[in-house]
Design a protein around this ligand. Structure first.
Ligand SMILES: Cc1cc2nc3c(=O)[nH]c(=O)nc-3n(C[C@H](O)[C@H](O)[C@H](O)COP(=O)(O)OP(=O)(O)OC[C@H]3O[C@@H](n4cnc5c(N)ncnc54)[C@H](O)[C@@H]3O)c2cc1C
Length: 463
């Protein structure tokens, strides 16, 4: 094994791939699955762990812990790695986050723990917390050690968890750990929710979802996959269970509603990514336009580059200042060659059978709207045509309105379930809720909400 050079006492970062190079690999599948944050070697992990100042204490938690929605004790797990105890590190991570292996790969660490690292204020790069977490989790899981806590005695109470994405998996895990008989139900044939179907393959293809799921099995969680909860099943669950945790996430893609949206080559982001994740790579041609300015838009643009498109342009109706995507996502997309057309909105898709051009309007920013962002207004007479082979709309997801409508007495606001943030309790005492269905946007936030709801259910049923 060879060590990275040491520069003026500050060790350089463990190697990361050159983004332009990996996103333009000749084999699209290789480009699609080349990890943005590949695993680090034992030696790199050891040396990186030594950079951590192990700050904080019982009365002043370290900034990285405060920045982690799952409250993982970062200094403790890094301390364990630095003394050669990666399994102990994994145990520390899993005690706070049953999806620690997934979060190590998919968390926006630059915005969370690494963004809060005190080394940033000393003009050094932050500790590579995500990759150290990955190192510890991979070590344990590769050794075949699932680190399942002891199975508690059954407390006589039953909970159904609807949705086996990150929020439902976490809720089910925490409830099983407390002695509840838990049934985890999902329409899909496998656990993981959007992690399995939508998170970019260069962050996580599948692993370690299977190990994280196996930990639930080991704790005695019963799985009912390939099962959609409808009104009838809901009644059965209501009769059989002491509580129901709703962890149903959000539904299909929203659409721009542009005329011509049914032309071939006009795609919605979620089915596009799901096809890629199942290794069935779509063909996008040379010129791709992505509509939207969120993290999903950045993902589908970067995936289009990997599929071999020569010109990938993100059309966003506001400007960079208002764009909701994380700064790091934008910067990495630029590095990979994605272009941005600011203050540009699609009006209509044109084509004969297949889309060939987008009629766009230039926009200008007006007064702030109710969300506090400046309204984007079309500039009269500014229409122009952009030639394209494929359009991918990535303008958000719609709520699961039909399903939520069958649940008696739960309050919904703007399509999101309203809960007590301290307990996850809805306005119907039998139901608790967690995850994107309440308005979350990351896996680790769904994990946090799953934990809150499990503790809320426990407090309610222990009264
Ligand atoms: C394209 C995309 C990329 C993303 N990338 C990242 C990323 O890199 N990092 C990150 O942290 N986050 C990312 N996210 C966000 C993250 O995936 C979500 O915040 C997280 O998955 C939410 O978890 P959840 O459990 O609330 O919902 P979901 O993951 O959506 O899971 C909900 C589950 O409920 C099931 N379900 C729904 N209704 C029913 C029913 N009636 N009966 C049975 N089952 C039902 C669904 O089948 C689904 O499996 C991304 C999201 C998208 C869309």
């Amino acid at each position: 094994m060879h060590a990275e050079p040491v520069t003026r006492g500050i060790r350089k970062a463990a190697p990361r791939p050159d983004l332009y190079e990996v996103s333009h690999l000749a084999d699209p599948w290789q480009a699609m699955t080349a990890e943005l944050k590949p695993p680090i070697s034992h030696q790199d992990a050891f040396l990186e762990a030594y950079r951590c100042l192990l700050c904080g204490g019982p009365l002043t938690p370290a900034p990285c812990i405060l920045a982690c929605p799952a409250e993982v004790d970062v200094p403790s797990f890094i301390g364990a790695i630095s003394v050669g105890e990666p399994t102990e590190a994994a145990e520390i991570i899993l005690s706070a986050n049953p999806l620690g292996g997934t979060c190590a790969r998919v968390c926006p660490t630059e915005e969370l723990c690494e963004g809060a690292c005190v080394l940033n204020s000393t003009r050094q790069r932050p500790v590579d917390i995500g990759r150290l977490e990955r190192y510890a989790m991979d070590h344990a899981f590769n050794e075949g050690d699932l680190l399942v806590p002891p199975k508690p005695a059954h407390n006589g109470k039953k909970v159904a968890v609807i949705g086996a994405g990150p929020a439902g998996m976490t809720g089910a895990f925490e409830l099983a750990r407390l002695g509840y008989k838990v049934t985890l139900i999902d329409s899909r044939p496998a656990t993981g929710g959007l992690v399995r179907s939508a998170i970019a393959p260069y962050r996580q293809l599948r692993d370690p979802l299977d190990q994280e799921t196996a930990r639930l099995w080991e704790l005695g969680v019963e799985f009912r996959l390939d099962t959609t909860v409808d009104g009838e099943l809901l009644k059965e669950l209501e009769a059989a269970c002491d509580a129901i945790l709703l962890a149903v996430g959000m539904g299909k893609d929203a659409t721009t509603g542009c005329k011509g949206g049914n032309l071939d080559g006009v795609l919605a982001s979620l089915p596009f990514i799901e096809k890629i994740k199942s290794a069935d790579l779509p063909s996008v041609g040379d010129r791709v336009a992505v509509i939207g300015g969120g993290n999903t838009a950045m993902d589908v643009a970067r995936q289009s580059v990997r599929l071999g498109a020569k010109e990938v342009t993100v059309l966003y109706r506001r400007s960079l200042d208002e764009m909701p995507a994380y700064a790091v996502e934008y910067e990495e997309a630029i590095e990979e060659g994605v272009r941005f057309a600011w203050l540009t909105s699609p009006l209509q898709y044109h084509g004969n059978g297949r889309v060939s051009a987008i009629q766009c309007s230039r926009m200008e920013l007006g007064e702030e709207d109710s969300s506090g962002r400046r309204k984007a207004l079309p500039v009269d007479g500014s229409d122009f045509l952009l030639e394209v082979d494929t359009v991918i709309e990535a303008v958000g997801q719609t709520p699961r309105a039909d399903f939520l409508a069958i649940i008696p007495g739960i309050e919904i606001q703007s399509g999101l379930i309203v809960v007590d943030p301290e307990t996850g309790a809805t306005s119907n005492p039998l139901y608790f809720a967690a995850g994107d269905a309440l308005g979350g946007t990351t896996v680790v936030e769904a994990v946090r909400m799953g934990k809150v709801a499990a503790l809320g259910i426990n407090a309610n049923l222990s009264e």
